[in-house]
Design a protein around this ligand. Structure first.
Ligand code: HEC
Length: 181
């Protein structure tokens, strides 16, 4: 009788600690909204519902990238109005280190997540930074990039200078079958 009680209480302890860890883990990983960047940009929490604009691969650091756009950006692409992009358009880029696929060696697939970065078009608010608000969040913890407002913008702008003539955007939307209206 004593033995049965012992096992029952052991099970209760184990069971409740398991339930505790199961409900705690997703809370801290998924629900936490990253901090604003130093230039005052809030993380676009709904970005996972945006459409694909293109993909790319960087040979010098072996990274895969997905370039995505919010509904305003996708509409601008469909209407061919991307130089300049309309106010309200947001473009995003998600970057992963590439690795060989386990079952198909010729394929490169995403490995470690590097960063998420976004360009928010607003020609008035961002008149001093080429019409875009620039923001990056680093790693899975999504730590805001740039220690002050000036550096948060300037690193991005200097590297995007080769495409100043196409509204500071590198990506040419990838050709894909038209969507059914
Ligand atoms: C080392 C150069 C470099 C730096 C620094 C850089 N970018 Fe880019 N960025 C690129 C290139 C090249 C592309 C084209 C697509 C790619 O990388 O695969 C690009 C593409 C993008 C895109 C997709 C739209 C487009 O222009 O094609 C976004 C969004 C973006 N960058 C945001 C940023 C932000 C925000 C920063 C600063 C935090 C930044 N970038 C800093 C080189 C850079």
């Amino acid at each position: 009788m004593k033995k049965v009680l012992f096992f029952t209480s052991l099970f209760t302890m184990f069971g409740s600690s398991l339930a505790f860890s199961m409900s705690e883990t997703p809370k801290s990983k998924v629900l936490e909204i990253p901090q604003e960047t130093a230039n005052g940009i809030a993380f676009p929490v709904n970005y996972q519902g945006w459409d694909t604009v293109a993909v790319s691969y960087r040979e010098d650091n072996q990274t895969l990238r997905a370039i995505i756009g919010n509904p305003q950006a996708i509409k601008a692409i469909e209407n061919g109005l991307t130089n300049p992009w309309p106010n309200g358009a947001v473009l995003g880029k998600l970057v992963w280190k590439a690795r060989q696929d386990t079952h198909w060696k010729a394929a490169k697939v995403p490995d470690k997540f590097i960063h998420a970065e976004f360009m928010f078009k607003d020609s008035e608010r961002w008149a001093d930074t080429k019409g875009w608000g620039w923001a990056r969040w680093v790693g899975l913890d999504q730590v805001p990039f740039g220690k002050d407002a000036e550096s948060a913008h300037s690193t991005c702008i200097s590297c995007h200078t080769p495409v100043a003539g196409q509204d500071w955007v590198f990506t040419q939307p990838a050709v894909m079958p038209k969507r059914i209206p």
